[in-house]
Design a protein around this ligand. Structure first.
Ligand code: SIN
Ligand code: MN
Length: 266
């Protein structure tokens, strides 16, 4: 899948691109079912909220076949190769649960700020991709972005180790107010299978989920191979050290997997 000139220009201008129907219901429902199973298991890669509810399953593409396919899916790999003009490796892969009632906040931050400070990533030549596994609504903790904020480079941040169970380099309120004065704040909503590509420097956050509705999103962070990280401070299942270029899977690989899964489950 290739992005159009208009889509590339919108991404440059706004810092994100929303693709509301990237995967079909059939393709994505198998991912949701597999994620629910993963969150029932005990593994070192699963991080919990302070309440005990699951927050994030890291590196699911290394221990689950459906997520392994998603991690090589051409509808995600090809557009990012197009933007960076080279092959990619997986810097990070995570499934965020944002559990009903217990899904906690993600404070305002820039992802490249984290990759640069913690992992020694040389440049913001890595792209985040969010794939919705549940319907993301205005009420269940959607991702919020400040359009155009990616143009400011890495902003000053403080290391917040207290607000949630997950330490994060976060931005202060004055900075957020000034950026929002310029770009406003958006929260794309949509059905399972929708995708958001977003720049490593775009400022984003999400509020807690106090509704009964789940909001699972899977995130791929695809980094240009020549831009691989240089510091190995974090666990290898959080910041990967396998810089092998990703070879895309066939376009129908996830659909095939979903069909076989349904036969086995019947
Ligand atoms: C993130 O910014 O890394 C995650 C935010 C979310 O899942 O709401
Ligand atoms: Mn983030």
């Amino acid at each position: 899948m290739k992005l159009s000139e208009e889509q590339l220009a919108a991404f440059d201008e706004q810092g994100y691109l929303f693709l509301p129907e990237c995967f079909s219901e059939e393709e994505v429902s198998v991912l949701g079912a597999e994620a629910d199973e993963i969150f029932k298991t005990e593994r070192k890669e699963i991080w919990y909220e302070s309440s005990g509810a699951p927050r994030t399953a890291f590196a699911a593409h290394t221990y689950n076949d459906a997520f392994a396919i998603l991690g090589r899916h051409p509808r995600l790999i090809e557009p990012v190769e197009q933007v960076f003009g080279e092959q990619l490796y997986m810097h990070q892969f995570k499934v965020n649960a944002k559990a009903p009632f217990d899904g906690d906040v993600w404070q305002w931050h820039q992802d490249y700020g984290v990759w640069a400070r913690d992992d020694g990533m040389p440049a913001p030549r890595a792209m985040n991709i969010a794939v919705f596994m549940d319907e993301v609504m205005a009420i269940n903790g959607p991702l919020m972005f400040i359009p155009k904020s990616h143009r400011h480079g890495v902003l000053e941040a403080g290391h917040d180790v207290e607000t949630t169970s997950y330490p994060l380099w976060t931005l202060d309120n004055e900075t957020i107010a000034a950026l929002a004065d310029d770009g406003g704040i958006v929260a794309p909503t949509g059905k399972p299978g929708a995708v958001i590509m977003f720049h490593g420097n775009i400022v984003h956050a999400s509020p807690p989920n106090i509704t009964p509705y789940p909001r699972k999103i899977v995130y791929l962070t695809l980094c240009a191979v020549s831009n691989h990280i240089t510091k190995f401070n974090r666990e290898e299942w959080i910041a990967h050290r396998d810089f092998t270029p990703i070879e895309p899977a066939p376009d129908d690989a996830l659909l095939e997997y979903a069909r076989e899964y349904r036969v086995k489950a019947a």
